[in-house]
Design a protein around this ligand. Sequence first.
Ligand SMILES: Cc1ncc(COP(=O)(O)O)c(C=O)c1O
Length: 408
Amino acid sequence: MPFDIARTRAAYPALTEGFVHFDGAGGTQTADGVIDAVADAMRSAVGNRSSAFVPGRRSLELVAAARSAVADLLGADPAGVVLGPSATALTYTLARTLGAGWRPGDEVVVSRLDHDANVRPWVQAAEAAGATVRWAEVDRHTGELPAGQYAELVGERTRLVAVTAGSNAIGTVPDVPAIAKTAHAVGALVCVDGVHSVPHGPTDLASLGADVLVTSAYKWSGPHLAAMVADPARWAALRPAKLLPSADAVPERFEYGTPSFPLLAGVAAAVDHLAGLDPDAVGDRRARLRAGLAAAQAHEEALLDRLLAGLAERPAITVYGSPARRCPTVSFRVAGMSPAATQEALGAAGFCLSAGDYYAYEYFQMMGLRDSGGAVRASIYHYNTADEVDRLLAELDVLADGAGTMGR
Ligand SMILES: Cc1ncc(COP(=O)(O)O)c(C=O)c1O
């Protein structure tokens, strides 16, 4: 059954404002169910976590429900779901914790495809420990992150391999299972950034080969909260810096301060929203998530093909990378226009797109594009339509004509 785009769009109140959102990678619009869940939690009596009184029990339940929802989304154990304010904050927590155990001569492997949130925390932790950083390189023409290079990059001193499951800049989906296999052969830990990949298809922690997987709910219709998942036994073996009286149990040990209980209600509601994307799906929530995200993925891939074909027909547009497997995310430039000027002109016409390096710092640096403004990013999400893709292409024609005649 075809993806019901009208039904899907109706679940996002913000879409009635009429903007064309091609910036899911920067943050999606919020689903109705999420807004209701957050508001309901805020309207209810909620106390700090305690089993002694009803409002305290509600908070305990909200935390448990968020863990179980994220676990269903990623194929993880709810007891291994660490919740936190952002992917960046969680990765820093883990990097500091792991880094405290690294010694001079130990090695960590990061990639030039990754968002800086899965690069800098590891580089800085390595520097603090006197460990060596090794870099996995991106093919500058295809935008691929070849998995074969990891055989050379890892060795018996490799402690960690950090890699993305989907580039937020050019969409590349690396062969993470192959990279993980190479890393595991030398006993290294594999930390996978799923922030950009998770919104665009079914995810399974075990099939990825990830020891740790990070995701952010605001990239999949939810609130600004994130999660970092692993086997609870892995968390139990680690000792993050923490307050003395705070819970030492796993996964609470890694969670700093009092969480936003209403936003956690929103996390669970966002997962329920994704699980409802295919109205005909049956089974438990994990099964419905697989079906819903697979349906959304097929819809997004059709839009991506349409966008890529349209961009390829336009000589004034340069697209960066042509990876074989990709998230529906494209970086490009319009000839004669800076990315910021393109973004601004598109913004004036009602199109919301990012411009710059979107924190994919190493990729744009390697491409020599960072200092001249990076690129413009069209990032498709399941509420986008074929008509929006066509309108974006038409608007780019207008800009390219203007840039050509005015010599901008
Ligand atoms: C691929 C990727 N990783 C990590 C992050 C950082 O996420 P957060 O804003 O939750 O720290 C982003 C944010 O754009 C991202 O796109």
